[in-house]
Design a protein around this ligand. Structure first.
Ligand code: PLP
Length: 401
């Protein structure tokens, strides 16, 4: 599906938490006010977040949180006397949502072309597709350094006094689960500090245990200035998103002379917050993040068995978030052309996998991939089922060509 259902489907506890909340307090706005469940959830999120983050702004999903992050960045720089800083840098092929600001941060031309011109100020740098690295293809750290330095270059090209933020997903979904070494994020942090640019981690998918820590920034050991999260926050039982911010961002609002004139009627809805809290209780009771951490190596090695198939070029990802890149020729890494990709993904694999009971994503916003983001509750039995189902469908897919 859409990388959301961390605790699995059909959990009665969440339905009960929603029903209870509807009877206690069915709605209360967060504009100018707060309500107990939003306060409790905000505290809970901060307890899991990188230590630099201690403020929370709720939304109803990931795209709104990305939008809110950009607006917060622009306003912050206006309030501290750097009003020219407004541009954002993000990575090629990355998806950050559909509102016009978030879409301007998105790096997928086909997702944008019918809506141009979008909010001005979005600039792209290379992502970390190491499988197709044009430089340092035999040294991931050197490649990461090269990719991080493209951000410094983009800031220099645009002028640091006009750049407000860098947006990135620690593991980039679009294109197929691109990971990067810790040194990549360390270098980006240095670059952002040098040029006074905010580093914003979009953890809409990566957050809530998906890659083996509560937030991915923890795994990659970097401190963002803001962190976007959504999806797994409620395991998709309710729509909710959140933007976590560092105290630095809140500082100019402390004096009581400025407010952030931005928000959504249903942001931090009491029912969504109650469901999120119950979802996070289940995370703790069942040690779901620990389950991912313990089983991640077995998940990787089970999926890597598929590498013996002629159509499987690469298996990559982290935790319970993986992509299998499909190729026409393993040796040369030649990919499928547009028509072949259409036939392979939409014409065959999506339906065949669905019919076999496996709901996963076949995508070609970059090169063709099948992506897996299973519930965090699963273990070896389900890994084997995934591997065998994929093996059968991918073998049939190869025979189409
Ligand atoms: N950012 C990332 C990294 C996403 O993956 C998504 C959605 O998949 C979004 C933002 C947009 O989230 P939403 O669909 O909740 O608006």
């Amino acid at each position: 599906g859409l990388f959301t259902v961390q605790i699995g489907h059909g959990r009665r506890e969440l339905a009960e938490a929603a029903a209870k909340q509807m009877q206690e307090l069915s709605f209360f706005p967060l504009w100018s006010y707060a309500h107990p469940k939003a306060v409790e959830l905000a505290e809970r999120l901060i307890s899991y977040a990188p230590s630099s983050l201690n403020r929370v702004f709720f939304t109803t999903g990931g795209g709104e949180a990305v939008e809110s992050a950009w607006k917060a960045a622009k306003m912050y720089y206006k309030l501290i006397g750097k009003p020219m800083k407004h541009k954002v840098i993000s990575r090629s092929v990355a998806y950050h949502g559909t509102p016009q600001g978030a879409l301007a941060i998105t790096g997928i031309p086909d997702a944008k072309k019918y809506f141009e011109p979008l909010t001005p100020g979005g600039f792209r740098v290379p992502n970390t597709n190491f499988y197709r690295a044009e430089y340092h293809a035999d040294d991931i750290k050197a490649y990461g350094r090269w990719a991080a330095d493209r951000i410094a270059e983009a800031i220099e090209f645009e002028g640091a006094d006009t750049v407000a933020a860098v947006f990135l997903e620690p593991v980039q979904n679009s294109g197929g689960c691109f990971t990067a070494p810790k040194s990549y994020f360390k270098r980006i942090r240095e670059i952002c500090d040098k040029y006074d640019v905010l580093l914003i981690a979009d953890e809409t998918i990566d957050g809530f245990g998906r890659i083996g820590t509560m937030f991915a920034s923890e795994l990659y050991e970097f401190e963002p200035d803001m962190l976007v999260c959504a999806k797994g926050i409620t395991s998709a039982y309710q729509p909710l998103g959140a933007l976590l911010l560092s105290e630095k961002l809140f500082e100019p609002f402390k004096k009581g002379t400025a407010i952030f004139p931005h928000g959504y009627t249903f942001a931090g809805h009491p029912v969504a917050c109650a469901v999120a809290l119950e979802n996070l209780n289940i995370f703790e009771e069942e040690d779901l993040v620990g389950n991912v951490r313990r089983n991640a190596p077995a998940f990787r090695s089970t999926l890597e068995k598929l590498k013996d198939l002629p159509i499987v070029g690469d298996v990559r990802g982290e935790g319970y978030f993986y992509a299998i890149e499909l190729v026409k020729d393993k040796t040369t890494r030649e990919t499928f052309n547009d028509a072949e990709s259409e036939k392979l993904l939409r014409g065959f694999l999506s339906t065949d996998l669905y019919n076999a009971g496996l709901y996963c994503r076949s995508d070609d916003r970059g090169d063709p991939v099948v992506q897996l983001a299973p519930p965090l509750t699963i273990g070896q039995k389900e890994f084997d089922y995934l591997e065998q189902t994929l093996r059968s469908s991918l073998s049939k897919a190869w025979d189409l060509f």
